[in-house]
Design a binder for this molecule. Structure first.
Ligand code: BGC
Length: 837
């Protein structure tokens, strides 16, 4: 509270009108409803384009946090244009491949049997039976193809109008959902109507076990068949099922499908077709103009890891038998989504608002309240595809700070994923001869290091060593989230126990890794890789790794300081417990404090050096490369394919030093440098921003988010370009083909947080909400709801104004602090604060 002046009476929150009775609760509810009425709840694709199909499948994925299914057409199988994929969160399997003369193990999220298949063909009375329809056959007969994702309700709809080669017209309207109400259920409803002909329609509804992990072309040389012991069965009258096991993680997976028609055909028109890998039901249904037919497929999915089940097969059969029909499922599902949207309301006008809603949709369905019951982390590419094998990187750094202010219980559960893997991180550090916790760069099931040893440069066709596992800064991301979560929620029950265990063990790791150097009289951290993954080592060096990566050192120092502070300030009884659990020795927090103050940050030409020696690397002729290649986001691959190496140049893939301005507010950044014994002036920071801006290729979608955030403060007029880039990341697939392999969850959540915290300067400290708004000229009006330390509130920015309101049903007052004033807003009150120019 130090910087805040006493409350300005003019700014005191006032009840809306003291002469009238207090605002009725309904006013607040309708206010919230009204805010949600704005446009932008549909995401649409008109027409069929096989080249776009995989991208659309990723962006039309439906999920409930437990399982996800890509938005593939149910008549299609995996092939160049289509890639149906179903993934259960956190369900991995390990295989070994023979590659480049070595045996390489890898673990990945498993593509499970496909529950979507539903194909159809017509039997006109006046002609021969038609072919099974697929959008790729008879493109001339595809008169209408329209896909629409209803973001509010989580429903994907397809509208088709078809003409077969003999001129019979058929309309198909198909909707699907993956239930947000019951995480084990999904449903597909298809309505057929004949135009100008009669006869019957034959429908085959199936579960297909002939699947593998073949969604990413770069991985095609790796083993990809994860499922064994496949078997199928049927339960009269309308259920078929398929059961299988993952080959090494040994998880049993069962899918059961119930297919019914309205009006139902004659009983003899239904036939089951079962093989080891395929469980299908065929129905032949009379159809005529004005007499449409609807086929509903309800699917249940269970695995042997589920709780409260007698076994996955009986559970799936019971669930699918007792599940409501599509309309009933839709009602429950819509209500569950309405509850989510209420907690994550974000109002941004225009196209930006539309894209942000798409981002929110994918965030909420990847990490939903159902995820909180599972042992899952934040998968970098959502549950939307197989890129990065479903692994967990440092991307939670871009996700949890957003979730903290809406779904704190989810943040806590996601940190639980890290805490359960703390023993693995301790073992990894010990095996490397270090102390504390060394979290893996890529994490999967058991917390071991999952980063592959080699990766393919698709441009040169060469398999190259992958040293990204030296990105030990991932530990600071875990520590950062523990701290920010504690600030946003006040949940000391977590922060003083599991949170403190992680924070202190990560601090320990940094303290052990830092070596004192007599020459510089500083601690140094050598042999690491920073967030800019281009640089893995010094040019021509025999060993990988760089020294004194500024981001790593500053965040290590920050982590050490927070750990020492937490141990110092926590209640004595908790401290004793913690000391016991982690084996804290006398003087250890003091040593953390001391290392934190003496870690080295290199500088050159008046700017922070990305790492020691960065300033001595060659300058790249950016214009020449842009002219030659156009898109140079993956400069590392271009240079390698030319026989050169990006290690030689001052060229970064993504924000590295600038990450500091993303994670720390300007005040925190100055203070952090001062603690380390450096003066970082505003001019120096601006010069640093300019320096790296000219030397960054934005080869990661995270880069746009960080640059937008940092420039919103340091170079206002240039920020919008990066906001646009960050918003376009997935919907326009700016990295050229990567979104089809899975969305970029960090960038999606990062854009939401950019509005929420970046442009408002919102942070939680000392139980108050601090604000330091910096709206962009292009984005001056927006509003959102949030939950801070158990109290819900709404904020709205307008040019020159900030409005804040606490609904009457809340129980506590919220304290808002701006640079020059402090305001308290009680339940049922609202306040409008004028902002300085
Ligand atoms: C980025 C990393 C990120 C990973 C997963 C990489 O391309 O460079 O920073 O963690 O993707 O999203």
């Amino acid at each position: 509270m130090d910087a805040a002046r006493p409350a300005n009476p003019a700014d005191q929150a006032n009840p809306a009108d003291p002469t009238r009775p207090p605002d009725p609760v309904s006013r607040w509810e309708s206010w919230a409803e009204g805010e949600r009425q704005v446009d932008g709840w549909e995401w649409e694709y008109v027409g069929y384009d096989p080249r776009e199909e995989r991208l659309r499948e990723a962006l039309c994925t439906l999920s409930n946090g437990y399982f996800a299914t890509r938005g593939a057409a149910p008549e299609t199988a995996a092939g160049p244009a289509h890639y149906p994929g179903t993934y259960v969160a956190g369900l991995y399997n390990r295989l070994t491949s023979s590659l480049a003369g070595r045996r390489l193990p890898h673990e990945e999220v498993v593509n499970l049997p496909n529950w979507l298949p539903l194909r159809f063909r017509v039997h006109p009375e006046d002609g021969e039976v038609g072919d099974w329809f697929t959008p790729d056959q008879h493109p001339d007969g595809l008169l209408r193809y329209h896909q629409q994702l209803d973001l509010r309700r989580g429903v994907l709809t397809r509208e088709l109008r078809l003409r077969d080669p003999r001129g019979h017209h058929l309309n198909v309207s198909q909707s699907r959902l993956v239930s947000m109400a019951d995480p084990h259920l999904a449903a597909l409803r298809t309505e057929f109507s004949a135009e100008g002909w009669s006869g019957s329609i034959e429908v085959e509804s199936a579960i297909d076990g002939l699947v593998g992990n073949t969604g990413v072309a770069r991985y095609r040389d790796l083993a990809s068949h994860h499922l064994t012991r496949m078997g199928t069965g049927a339960e009269e009258p309308d259920v078929v099922w398929l059961s299988c096991r993952t080959s090494t993680s040994d998880v049993r997976v069962v899918l059961a499908a119930r297919t019914s028609a309205t009006p139902a055909g004659p009983p003899e028109a239904v036939r089951n077709r079962l093989s080891d890998y395929h469980a299908a039901q065929r129905l032949r249904l009379p159809i005529a103009p004005g007499r449409p037919v609807a086929v509903e497929k309800v699917v249940a999915l269970h695995t042997s890891r589920d709780t409260v089940i007698a076994g996955p097969l009986p559970a799936a059969l019971e669930r699918v038998r007792t599940a409501p029909d599509f309309a009933g499922l839709l009602d429950e599902h819509t209500a569950a989504w309405a509850r989510l949207w209420r907690r994550a309301d974000l109002q941004v006008p225009g196209e930006a608002g539309h894209v942000l809603r798409v981002h929110m949709f994918h965030l909420l369905q990847t990490l939903s309240p159902h995820s909180a019951d599972l042992d899952v982390g934040v998968p970098a590419r959502g549950l939307h595809g197989e890129a990065y094998r479903g692994h967990v990187f440092w991307d939670e750094l871009f996700v949890l700070p957003y979730l903290n202010l809406h779904f704190p219980e989810l943040s806590r559960a996601l940190m639980g994923y890290r805490h359960r893997r703390l023993p693995a991180a301790l073992r990894a550090a010990a095996a490397a001869g270090r102390e504390g916790a060394m979290y893996p760069w890529q994490s999967g099931s058991d917390g071991g290091e999952e980063t592959p040893e080699v990766h393919l440069n698709p441009r040169s066709g060469r398999w190259l060593p992958d040293n990204s596992r030296l990105q030990h800064h991932v530990g600071s991301a875990v520590a950062y989230n523990v701290w920010r979560y504690g600030q946003a929620t006040g949940d000391t029950e977590f922060t003083h126990t599991r949170g403190a265990e992680m924070l202190t063990q990560i601090a320990r790791f940094w303290a052990a890794l830092a070596e004192y150097d007599q020459d510089t009289e500083r601690y140094r951290i050598r042999g690491v890789v920073g967030p800019d993954e281009y640089h893995e080592g010094y040019p021509d060096a025999r060993h990988a790794g760089l020294d004194d990566n500024a981001y790593t050192n500053v965040m290590a120092s920050w982590t050490l300081a927070r750990a020492a502070e937490l141990v110092r300030t926590m209640p004595a009884s908790r401290r004793t417990e913690l000391a016991d659990v982690i084996g804290l020795i006398d003087g250890e927090p003091e040593r953390w404090d001391e290392v934190s103050r003496r870690l080295r940050v290199p500088f050159h030409q008046g700017v922070i050096s990305q790492f020691d020696g960065y300033g001595e690397l060659a300058e790249l002729d950016w214009d020449r490369y842009r002219r030659r290649y156009g898109d140079i986001r993956r400069l590392d691959r271009l240079l390698e394919s030319e026989g050169d190496s990006v290690n030689r140049y001052q060229a970064s893939k993504q924000a590295d030093v600038l990450m500091l301005g993303y994670l720390l507010t300007p005040g925190e950044l100055t203070e952090q440098f001062a603690r380390m014994g450096y003066e970082l002036t505003e001019e120096q920071w601006r010069a640093t921003v300019d320096y790296y801006l000219r030397r960054t290729s934005h080869g990661s979608t995270l880069s746009g988010v960080v640059h937008a955030w940092v420039l919103a403060r340091a170079r206002h007029q240039d920020a919008w370009e990066h906001v646009k880039e960050a918003l376009a990341s997935d919907v326009a697939d700016v990295q050229g083909g990567t979104t089809a392999e899975g969305i970029h969850l960090g960038a999606m959540a990062g854009t939401l947080d950019l509005v929420q915290r970046g442009l408002t300067g919102l942070r939680s400290e000392g139980g108050a909400l601090w604000l330091d708004p910096s709206p962009l000229p292009q984005l001056q009006e927006f509003g959102f709801s949030l939950r801070h330390r158990g109290v819900g509130l709404r904020l709205r920015m307008r040019p020159g104004q900030l409005w804040a309101g606490v609904p009457p049903w809340e129980e506590s007052t919220v304290r808002l602090v701006l640079a020059d004033r402090m305001v308290e807003v009680a339940p049922g009150q609202e306040t409008t604060l004028r902002l300085p120019d």
